[in-house]
Design a binder for this molecule. Structure first.
Ligand SMILES: C[S@@+](CC[C@H](N)C(=O)[O-])C[C@H]1O[C@@H](n2cnc3c(N)ncnc32)[C@H](O)[C@@H]1O
Length: 274
């Protein structure tokens, strides 16, 4: 970064902080305006705004907030963005305070064999597993370049692929903890509308109307969560037998009622499939 660029950014930040009014004093966990949410995240966690954006794309985020000092993308689309892979950034160890990361969230190709608008615009990985592997490697790289107590803001969305529900936010939080981050906060951004497929099939999963902004801090985790793999088979079998005992004590539903339940599940036809 040149000195002139640094001075311009400082001026831009000063103007931003002078002019920014927060409509409400209390920061909430759910927003429906991305710009409002970004301003809240800056207020709570990034007093110098975002320093690095490794998946900058066209920089839609920065319409109403200061531009990041370092802008990278694997396929730069606008001037001022340097070509780099977020898993291998040309930055020193412990050199940045804050990162805004908005990687692709969909994998694979569309039903017609073509990549589709979202995949073309935001980049695509063949399988969700490939996408998650990229997330894992990027988390390690961010841990390397963040200063102690540095903040990573990870925007993500869960996704459905091959009829399976991939809870990406769970994977990111788990991997973040493994990498050495403390999951400090979690925001939800609600979508005002989503394109609907006209593929009229039985709906298998809820259509996603939200995405997440996970705040990961480079510091010792302050809460200890149970890892599913750390549950011993003894824990699992005792849970199964406890469930079996409590089920056997429940009054049995009449045959008529349970048939009615099944019939209504089957008949629940939906317009779209996610
Ligand atoms: C969802 S878009 C980012 C949109 C951006 N936040 C904005 O406001 O315009 C994801 C971007 O990540 C980039 N990308 C995908 N894989 C990457 C990688 N391994 N390293 C760096 N950038 C990557 C894509 O080229 C794409 O521009």
């Amino acid at each position: 970064m040149t000195e002139v660029h640094g001075l311009l950014r400082m001026k831009e930040m000063q103007k931003y902080f002078e002019e920014t009014e927060y409509k409400e004093d209390v920061a909430k966990s759910v927003y429906s305006s991305e710009q409002e949410l970004l301003r809240i995240i800056i207020r709570l966690y990034c007093p110098k705004a975002f320093e690095l954006d490794p998946t900058y794309s066209t920089g839609n985020f920065y319409k109403g907030i200061p531009q990041p000092m370092f802008r990278f993308d694997i396929e730069p689309q606008v001037e001022g963005v340097v070509q780099a892979d977020c898993r291998k950034l040309p930055l020193e160890n412990e050199s940045v305070n804050t990162i805004m990361f908005d990687p692709p969230f969909v994998a694979g190709i569309g039903k017609d064999g073509k990549p589709g608008i979202i995949r073309t615009r935001f980049g695509s990985y063949k399988r969700v597993e490939d996408l998650w592997e990229m997330y894992r490697d990027a988390l390690k790289e961010f841990y390397r370049i963040l200063k102690p107590n540095g903040i990573l803001v990870f925007k993500c969305q869960d996704t459905i692929s091959g009829g399976k529900q991939y809870l990406s936010h769970v994977e990111i939080i788990n991997q973040g903890i493994k990498t050495g981050f403390y999951p400090r906060d979690l925001f939800i951004l609600l979508a005002t509308h989503r394109a609907m497929s006209d593929n009229m099939k039985i709906q298998q999963h809820a259509r996603k109307f939200h995405c997440y902004f996970i705040i990961l801090e480079k510091k010792k985790n302050r809460v200890s969560y149970t890892e599913p793999s750390s549950l011993s088979s003894a824990d699992l079998s005792s849970a199964v037998s406890e469930t079996a005992v409590s089920k056997s004590q429940e009054p049995r539903p009449s045959a008529k009622a349970s048939q009615g339940g099944l019939a209504s599940e089957k008949g629940r036809g939906m317009e779209v499939r996610d």
